[in-house]
Design a protein. Structure first.
Length: 243
C-alpha cells in the first residue's frame, strides 16, 4: 500500500464510497480506509433509494458501490484510524496496525467513532453515544483540508442522503484543490463541440458506438450482480452482538 495520497477517506460506507467515486474520477489519488462497519450491513432491505423500484439487498448495494469506487480508481485498505495529526500543511493518519499514511486532504465519514479527531482543532459535538463534527454548509471543518461527510456531519440517517452528501463534499474538495474541474458529466459527441465550446474539464463527450458499448457493459454487469442472492445475512446491532 502506498503511504502517500492526495485524498484519504475514513469510512467505507455509502458517504465515503460516493465521495471516493468523485475524487478518483477527478484524477485525485484516493485511498479509502474501511473498518467494515457500514450500517447497511445491518439492514434487511433497502427500499427508498432511487433507481430500484422494489428495493435492493443493502449488502449487495454496498458491495456494488465499493466496486464502483474501485472502478473509478480508489485504493482500499482495511483497518481503523486511531489518530489524525496536521503536519506542515499535510495530514498524518495513524492506523491501528501501526501504519502511518500521509495525505493532502481528508474526508471523514466514519459515523460510529470520531475519537481519532481529538488531536485536531475541530468542533466535536457528543450527544450521548452519538458524535458529530461541525462543518460549514459544504462539509468543510475548521481545519483546512479536512472535510466531513454523511451522518458524522449531522446529515439525516438515510442512504440516499449519505450518498448525496458524500458527492457534495467530494465536489467541494475537488474545487478547493488544484485540479482543473468543471463537472463530472458524460455527454453525447458534439454536445459541446458542435456549439463551438471546448469540452469542460471533468466532462467527456463519447461517440454513439462508445455509448452503446458502455450501455452493454452496464447491462452485463447488472446481470452478474443480480444473478444470485447475496450470501450474507444482516449483521446484528452491536448491542445485541455483545449479549
Amino acid at each position: 500500500m502506498n503511504d502517500d495520497h492526495e485524498v484519504l477517506i475514513v469510512g467505507g460506507g455509502v458517504a465515503g464510497l460516493t465521495a471516493g467515486i468523485f475524487t478518483a474520477r477527478a484524477g485525485l489519488e484516493t485511498l479509502v480506509i474501511d473498518a467494515g462497519e457500514s450500517i447497511l450491513r445491518r439492514n434487511a432491505h433497502l427500499e427508498n433509494f432511487p433507481g430500484f423500484p422494489v428495493g435492493i439487498n443493502p449488502r449487495l448495494f454496498l458491495d456494488m458501490t465499493h466496486a464502483q469506487a474501485e472502478h473509478a480508481g480508489c485504493e482500499f485498505h482495511e483497518g481503523r484510524v486511531t489518530q489524525i495529526t496536521d503536519e506542515e500543511e499535510r495530514f498524518e493518519v495513524a492506523l491501528e496496525d501501526g501504519a502511518v499514511l500521509r495525505t493532502d486532504r481528508v474526508i471523514v465519514s466514519s459515523w460510529s467513532d470520531s475519537s481519532y479527531l481529538e488531536t485536531l482543532e475541530v468542533e466535536l459535538d457528543r450527544r450521548g453515544t452519538k458524535q458529530f463534527v461541525g462543518t460549514d454548509e459544504d462539509g468543510r471543518t475548521d481545519v483546512e483540508g479536512l472535510y466531513t461527510a454523511g451522518r458524522l456531519a449531522k446529515q439525516y440517517h438515510q442512504t440516499v442522503i449519505a450518498a448525496g452528501h458524500g458527492a457534495q463534499v467530494a465536489l467541494t474538495l475537488i474545487h478547493d484543490s488544484d485540479v482543473h474541474f468543471y463537472n463530472d458529466w458524460v455527454v453525447p459527441e458534439g454536445y459541446f463541440t458542435d456549439r463551438g465550446i471546448d469540452v469542460p474539464p471533468g466532462c467527456e463527450e463519447i461517440t454513439d458506438e462508445e455509448r452503446e458499448r458502455r450501455a452493454e457493459e452496464a447491462r452485463e454487469a447488472m446481470r452478474e450482480w443480480l444473478a444470485e442472492p447475496h450470501p450474507d445475512d444482516p449483521t446484528p446491532h452491536p448491542s445485541l452482538a455483545e449479549e
